[in-house]
Design a protein around this ligand. Structure first.
Ligand code: 26Q
Length: 815
């Protein structure tokens, strides 16, 4: 190391115990005999972090010395999950730590359970960012993850009288041993005010922005260790602080309360993660968050990371900023502002540089999810950025006019600025115009992006568009979450799969080996038992450990169609209670749901209520006892996912075709040996192609069929009338059977299905039930089922996020 060696504790039980006790005594200021579980957890975490520190510092030094291109991953969300287990795995200290804790009379599982996961994301997009930084560290690719250190992450979900109640997630309140504040790298961020253009001596126009308030961005660094490779990359999350000016104002103010309120305004910026993920409201605070973290990040890289004399014309050789959806897109005018206003570049040259420094990933297909900021708000908060956006748009529309003279309709369609219902900036268009590459997150999604979301742009610049199918990290979602399967895999094919997931292919022959299938089933059974124990302790649920475990976990959205799953359950229940099917003929199943609804998404919350209501009745009815049970553990998060997914037999991926961009849960289930029942949507398409049709339960309309039905006119009530089983199912729901006779309580969901059904649940009901019947038939043959499950594992290596990163490197980053 350049500035003296960093002493790493010895990787032995003795070395670990000594370091741990030192952390307990000198770090926590307590004695082992007096310490609380939280003291012990913090001391253990600080011990593990000591083993990573030398590698972190060394990686930093190496990154500064080489001229390698860095990936600046810009993401408003990182859904990291717990750190302790992951970092023990990365450092290969799991066994040592366990024995060391035993020596101290401590059960390490208790300490692991003490960690509150950093829930700094909503769902798929945030978890994807966490998988990507894990893979880049494991592949030794220089990467800085930039984001926001929300003081409150995604809310904690509880149920009261079956309804979702949100509780603030104060994840930092017991101390956070994984972060390092770096006040020496703090950044000043400006907002509001006005701009002025002046002409200087050599006739060049110069713009000055006089803001009217500022905040400090305080960076917190998190370690991102590679898997046992001596690499530790950095995740840099920004926290907002009030400036001296605010403090002085308080000091000098006659109106103390008003002055404190002003300080609070500044610090509110990083206070809380917005829990909406599909129909974002154009809230001012959200725009402040976006600009705040992007301004901090660009400043950090350009002024505090690059050498002082760096020639910014070569910026693209040192950084590629990957835009995780449109949330960080304000970085585009920000870089233009830095280059033109601060560094004195001419517009055209600045634009050339900017275009080479950004690439954009789109994660949606729903038009209502595309971010749009009103010009009024943008101009008030970031007046200079709005001017820059107008100029980018003018020059872009000139290019469109040159390519398509006379087509003013096209110009209006492609404009970055929408004029109706109010003047507003279309952030996806801005991203597409500026970025060197635009990608979707699964093959089907990328195709629909070209054809449906951005067709004019893909015609103008076909080579700009590409696909990178999502992936998930095998470290967390196989090795860490499913130790039993991992050990079986390693015994069978060696441990190379952990960093080279294609090696799972070597498992294929074992699908035909009866002894191996037996072992594989034993793993699944043990995981199920672990889960039933957890749900008994955590949620007071009594579940039969032998039943088929049928799992649907994801955010609650109409397009994801949790109601379709619910109708399936009600119809099975209806079959039995009506006497049409003897209970003994029903395959024993446990249905598990995990889902948070955005707090303002009323229909989603009604669906949660209804699932809970059905669960209460089904679980208590002796007519289906031992056959059907429904579990909806509250607060589905990464920690619970790590317990649920390894136990699942059946993975529910049942979105309306053409609506789910990719899905990543689908990949985690397949890798853990669940079979999928799914529509032809997102990455399901690729999963099915790879694992083979015989090992995947496909059902439902295709995207073109959905389009066609929409064009023809879809009438859900007609479907209801024409299918007796559907009618009986809906009638039972509507009767109030599950709500103590209260028909009002079920009306919001039932009426929506019958009269709206925007995502065609009823249209796919029949196909779904038929597919579920095929599931039951397949499950009746344990050997054939296990064979399929093993082949799902063996053929899903493609869905490693390591592969996604290779694709980004080749197709987009050229790093
Ligand atoms: C935007 C503006 C204001 C407030 C909130 C938001 C916001 C926040 C989060 C908008 C969207 C999100 C998250 C979207 C998301 O998670 N999309 C999912 O991304 C996954 C990773 O690519 C895909 O697998 C899923 O299909 C997609 O739904």
């Amino acid at each position: 190391l350049a500035s003296g060696p960093v002493v790493q504790p010895a990787p032995t039980v003795d070395g670990f115990v000594e370091t741990f006790l030192g952390e307990l005594n000198y770090g926590q200021g307590t004695l082992l005999s007096q310490s609380t579980v939280n003291d012990q957890y913090l001391a253990l975490a600080r011990t593990v972090r000591r083993y990573l520190m030398a590698d972190w510092l060394e990686t930093g030094t190496r990154r500064r010395q080489t001229q390698q291109k860095t990936v600046g991953y810009l993401s408003a969300e990182y859904l990291l999950g717990r750190q302790l287990g992951n970092n023990l795995l990365a450092t290969n200290l799991q066994d040592i730590a366990q024995v060391a804790m035993e020596r101290c009379g401590i059960d390490i599982a208790t300490l692991r359970a003490q960690e509150v996961e950093p829930g700094l994301g909503n769902g798929g997009l945030g978890r994807l960012a966490a998988c990507f930084v894990d893979s880049l560290a494991t592949m030794d690719v220089p990467c800085i993850g930039y984001g926001i250190r929300y003081e409150y992450g995604i809310f904690r979900q509880t149920f009261e009288a079956d309804r979702q109640v949100e509780v603030p997630d104060s994840w930092l309140s017991l101390g956070n041993p994984w972060e390092f504040p770096h006040p020496e790298r703090q950044v000043l961020v400006s907002f509001g005010g006005s701009t002025e253009t002046t002409t200087d001596a050599d006739g060049r126009e110069r713009c000055t922005w006089t803001p009217d308030w500022q905040v400090i961005g305080m960076p917190y660094h998190y370690m991102v260790p590679g898997h046992r490779n001596g690499v530790v990359n950095t995740l840099r999350l920004w926290s907002a602080r009030a400036t001296q000016a605010f403090d002085l104002q308080i000091f000098n103010s006659g109106d103390y309360a008003q002055a404190v309120r002003a300080q609070t305004t500044a610090e509110n910026i990083s206070k809380v993660l917005y829990p909406e993920d599909s129909t974002p409201q154009g809230k001012e605070l959200r725009l402040q968050q976006q600009y705040f973290f992007v301004a901090c990040s660009l400043h950090d890289f350009i002024d505090n990371t690059l050498p002082a004399d760096f020639d910014l014309r070569r910026l693209h050789q040192r950084i590629i900023f990957q835009l995780n959806d449109t949330h960080p897109v304000i970085a585009i005018p920000e870089l233009m502002r830095i280059l033109v206003d601060r560094k004195g570049f001419a517009w055209d040259e600045a634009w050339e540089i900017t275009q080479k420094c950004f690439a954009y990933t789109c994660h949606t297909l729903l038009p209502e999810a595309l971010e749009v900021w009103s010009a009024e708000l943008l101009g008030r908060l970031l007046p200079r950025h709005l001017e820059i956006i107008y100029r980018i748009n003018e020059e872009f529309l000139e290019e469109v006019r040159e390519a398509h003279p006379g087509d003013e309709m096209l110009v209006r369609r492609m404009s970055i600025i929408a004029e109706h219902p109010e003047r507003a900036v279309r952030m996806a268009y801005l991203a597409t115009v500026a970025a060197s590459k635009v990608n979707g997150v699964a093959e089907l999604h990328s195709q629909l992006l070209r054809d449906k979301v951005l067709p004019d742009f893909s015609r103008l610049w076909p080579e700009k568009f590409t696909n990178v199918t999502n992936g998930v990290t095998p470290r967390r979602f196989v090795r860490l979450a499913n130790r039993r399967l991992s050990d079986l895999l390693t015994e069978t094919i060696g441990d190379g799969w952990v960093t080279d997931l294609d090696r799972l292919r070597e498992l294929e022959p074992y699908a035909d080996d009866a002894g191996f299938r037996e072992q594989f089933r034993a793993v699944k059974q043990a995981n199920k038992e672990r889960l039933t124990t957890l749900l008994r302790v955590r949620d007071g649920l009594e579940l039969p450990p032998e039943a088929m475990l049928d799992v649907m976990v994801k955010r609650l959205h109409e397009y994801k169609r949790q109601t379709l799953k619910l109708l399936h359950i009600v119809s099975l229940y209806d079959d039995v209670v009506s006497g049409r099917v003897p209970a003994e003929q029903v395959t024993p199943r446990t249905f598990v749901f995990g889902a948070k609804a955005a707090p303002g998404y009323h229909l989603a919350k009604e669906i949660i209520f209804l699932i809970n209501a059905v669960a209460d009745v089904v679980n208590a009815d002796p007519a289906v006892a031992g056959r059907l049970s429904v579990a909806f553990p509250a607060n589905y998060n990464v920690t619970l996912a790590e317990k649920l997914i390894p136990a699942a037999d059946l993975s529910e991926q049942i979105s309306l075709a053409g609506k789910e961009a990719s899905g990543t849960g689908n990949m985690k289930f397949a890798l853990n040996g669940a079979l999928t029942i799914g529509t032809d949507d997102g990455a399901n398409v690729e999963i099915r192609r790879l694992v083979g049709d015989e090992h995947f339960f496909l059902f439902g309309m295709t995207e073109p069929e959905v389009e066609e039905l929409t064009a023809r006119g879809y009438t859900p009530s007609a479907v209801y009338e024409s299918d007796p089983q559907l009618r009986s199912t809906i009638d039972l729901l509507a009767s109030g059977h599950f709500t103590g006779g209260d028909r009002q309580a079920v009306a919001p969901v039932v009426d929506n299905l019958l009269h709206q059904d925007s995502f065609m649940v009823l249209a796919d009901f029949r196909a779904y039930l038929d597919a579920q019947a095929r599931v039951d038939a397949a499950y009746a043959d344990p050997d054939a089922w296990s064979r399929s499950a093993i082949l799902n594992v063996a053929r899903s290596g493609y869905f490693s996020s390591d592969r996604s990163m290779r694709d980004y490197l080749e197709r987009i980053w050229h790093a």
